[in-house]
Design a protein around this ligand. Structure first.
Ligand code: SF4
Length: 240
């Protein structure tokens, strides 16, 4: 694991979460110090959404149109996680809109899921980063470190029964690895959130990002296989 991924690993709660924020160099990707914002771990859904909307903890706040908090029912059992908002998401304030979003919605519908549904059929969709990187460049580790407490709090509040991670960046960030997406697909990983003795353990399935599938139609079948693996995993682990 390289140092960037070690930082992401900590930032995403696979260790002492808040230490990373304190260690992050002052101003590294940050417009204002973290000490200026409320602790996301203390916030409820509405407080968290307001905190994200007002966040200036990294320089992405200077170029965004608006933050993209996430979409879906807050009692959904499924969480889908992508990388960061693109241009359309930045303009509309919702993740996975446009062509890639329509593909995702079609795949969800085929699996009996939807962002407007609840409980076992419900999907909440969020990104690792809540603000668009200019020109859709790759997120910087410092930006992820600043933003990670928001995603971690979303996971803690949602308590999803399963997480589907879409795309190489999000998969490597959540799973703290440099492994290729090809090697991460096809098996079930586990994400631990919180202190070791009280950690929330959530199964994670990795799949391709819908934007990638638009350019690589042959891999759609593999993505469908991933969704079926996630559905089987959910069915095995969900309480009767
Ligand atoms: Fe804040 Fe995250 Fe947006 Fe950076 S990307 S300004 S940490 S909400």
């Amino acid at each position: 694991m390289n140092s960037d991924h070690a930082r992401l690993w900590h930032a995403l709660g696979m260790g002492p979460l808040w230490r990373l924020r304190a260690d992050a160099p002052a101003g590294a990707g940050g417009a204002t110090p973290d000490t200026d914002r409320a602790d996301p771990a203390e916030l409820d859904w509405d407080g968290l959404e307001a905190a994200v909307a007002a966040c200036t903890a990294c320089s992405l706040c200077e170029t965004r149109t608006q933050t993209v908090f996430g979409v879906g029912q807050r009692s959904a059992h499924w969480l889908f996680v992508g990388e960061a908002p693109g241009a359309e998401e930045d303009a509309r304030g919702e993740p996975f809109v446009g062509q890639a979003g329509r593909l995702l919605d079609n795949m969800l519908a085929a699996a009996g899921l939807g962002r407007d549904r609840d409980g076992a059929e419900g999907v909440f969709i969020a990104n690792v980063l809540k603000c668009r990187p200019p020109g859709n460049r790759n997120p910087e580790p410092a930006e992820v470190a600043r933003c990670a407490p928001f995603l971690e709090r979303q996971i803690a509040l949602l308590r999803p029964r399963i997480i589907v991670v879409m795309g190489r960046f999000a998969a490597q960030a959540l799973l703290a690895t440099d492994a290729t997406i090809a090697s991460l697909r096809g098996r079930v990983h586990e994400l631990r959130i919180g202190a070791e003795d009280a950690a929330l353990r959530v199964p994670v399935v990795v799949t391709y990002h819908p934007a990638y599938l638009l350019r690589n139609l042959a891999d759609k079948a593999k993505s469908w296989d991933d969704l079926l693996l996630a559905r089987d995993t959910y069915a095995q682990r969900a309480p009767a």
